[in-house]
Design a protein around this ligand. Structure first.
Ligand code: 4AD
Ligand code: MG
Length: 467
């Protein structure tokens, strides 16, 4: 038999070449049938849609038909025919079926409607389900949209290091990187670990943000963005935190905080619009199965301006709500960091729109943010989204060497790790701004999924690094 070149199911389903002999390969989703004919729903990951393979029972060995079980991998030759009432335009009238891989009843994705918790325990196999197929096709599309957006807007993709000696966010949530023998750690007279014989000759960690190096890029190339893995050893077991996540960090010379807000809003709308334009089938599925308001919410974000207000105004609204009887788990007052419940109150209940909150107290924000004239607040901006809370965090940067130095000393940040960063302020300093978008938080928003562990293929969280 002559070998036919494989057609992806997405193309087969769109084809109108009725009568043509084609080959498809994929995994069995379901098989049902009668004494005379079997219907096999085959999926190859190219689309959420299955192709219906029709197999006349008397044309195939019993031996072959018996192996067509849920999860088995098949190669099918057949004639593409117009379909009557299968929900698709076409189906495949099978002429030859080869079993590439059998699949027994212990296949963990056998049953429909398993819980997400169950799926996480089988994260290596959950990729083959409708939901995770949809999520990861959308995830790919969002990565493409991000690169396209920045490329089209004159930003350069800039690679910042993953191993670093500085703590950008100053939150002390870093994973250490060492080749030292942990059974035989040398300490100096003060009891401090001596890193001089470690691989890099100093203490190093996995990066929590590429921003500091990104600022060096922006103050040379004008506008850059990073898009890479980011690590935080924060012990937060929430549906919105990962220990390993991906972050996109644009940084732009000569931008002030208003330019920065315009960029953030335009950028995120572009990404959501991209999903609506390019992921229609997957979004429709998620809208039906996961979150009935998903499409409505995506359209709403694209079509409406984000509300912009200061942290101080935000606190006033929250305090007013408390006065009127609204209960929050965490106390709210000027100076407090906002919890997700506060952020979501502003977005979902008060404004009913995405919100950009600016000018936070300096005490709850990172050292590099530009100090306002009041001496108390900094030019920070957090973008808050429905269902998510904070999706973007950014700021105008402190460009004055003296003010930045003062802040570094105030916070006791070790200078020896920062000299190269301070050189941006010594040699031709300039106003500049940037922000960080948590990639998985964007995917949460765009897919309507509820848990961040379900929008990254292999999640890393406290006490969990399987697969
Ligand atoms: O607000 P963050 O900590 O800001 C920064 O890291 C800045 N250096 C960004 C910049 O200005 N260039 O983090 C930025 C975003 C958050 O808004 C959130 O979306 C995401 O990163 N994020 C996380 N996502 C998943 N898991 C975690 N543990 C996250 N921590 C932050
Ligand atoms: Mg933040």
């Amino acid at each position: 038999m002559e070998k036919i070149k494989r057609t992806r199911i997405i193309e087969a389903l769109a084809s109108e070449e009725y009568g043509k002999d084609i080959n498809v390969k994929g995994w069995v989703r379901t098989r049902r049938g009668s004494k005379s004919v079997n219907f096999i729903a085959l999926n190859d990951g190219s689309t959420i849609k299955n192709i219906q393979v029709v197999a006349d029972v008397d044309k195939f060995d019993d031996e072959v038909l018996r192996k067509i079980t849920t999860g088995a991998c098949l190669s099918v030759d057949g004639k593409l025919v117009q379909s009557v009432g299968s929900g698709q335009n076409v189906e495949l009238q099978a002429t030859a079926i080869e079993i590439l891989g059998t699949c027994g009843p212990e296949y963990p994705m056998q049953k429909k409607g398993q819980s997400f918790e169950y799926m996480r325990q089988h994260a290596h196999m959950r990729l083959r389900t409708n939901t995770f197929g949809a999520v990861f096709r959308i995830r790919h599309n969002m990565a493409m949209a991000i690169h396209r957006y920045f490329h089209e807007h004159g930003f350069y993709y800039f690679h910042t290091p993953i191993i670093t000696a500085s703590d950008c966010e100053g939150a002390g949530q870093m994973f250490q990187v060492t080749t030292k023998n942990l059974y035989d750690i040398k300490k100096d007279e003060e009891g401090k670990i001596d890193y001089s014989d470690d691989f890099f000759g100093k203490s190093t960690s996995l990066t929590v943000s590429g921003q500091l190096e990104g600022e060096l890029g922006a103050t040379a190339l004008g506008a850059i963005y990073t898009f890479g893995p980011t690590f935080r050893a924060e012990n937060s077991n929430t549906p919105r935190h990962l220990a390993e996540f991906w972050m996109i960090e644009p940084e732009v010379a000569f931008y002030d905080i208003n330019d920065n807000m315009d960029l953030a809003e335009d950028f995120i709308k572009y990404c959501v619009r991209w999903a609506l334009d390019n992921c229609a089938d997957d979004l429709e599925f998620l809208n039906k199965m996961i979150d009935k308001q998903l499409l409505e919410r995506l359209h709403f974000v694209v079509e409406h301006d984000f509300v912009r207000l200061t942290y101080t105004e935000g606190i006033r609204i929250l305090e007013e709500a408390v006065k009127n009887g609204r209960k929050f788990e965490f106390p709210i007052y000027w100076g407090a960091d906002l919890a997700s419940e506060h952020e979501r109150f502003l977005v979902e209940e008060h404004f009913k729109r995405p919100v950009i909150l600016t000018d936070y107290p300096k005490e709850i924000k990172a050292f590099y943010m530009k100090l306002n004239e009041d001496g108390k607040t900094v030019r920070a901006m957090d973008v808050l989204f429905p269902q998510i809370g904070e999706i973007i965090g950014g700021s105008e940067r402190e460009e004055s060497y003296d003010k930045l130095m003062a802040r570094i000393q105030e916070l006791n940040i070790p200078m020896k790790d920062m000299w190269w960063y301070l050189d941006t302020r010594r040699f031709g300093t300039c106003p500049h701004s940037g922000f960080g978008l948590g990639f998985e938080r964007l995917i949460l928003f765009v897919t309507g999924m509820q848990n961040i562990r379900d929008v990254i293929p292999f999640p890393r969280t406290p006490k969990s690094a399987e697969f």
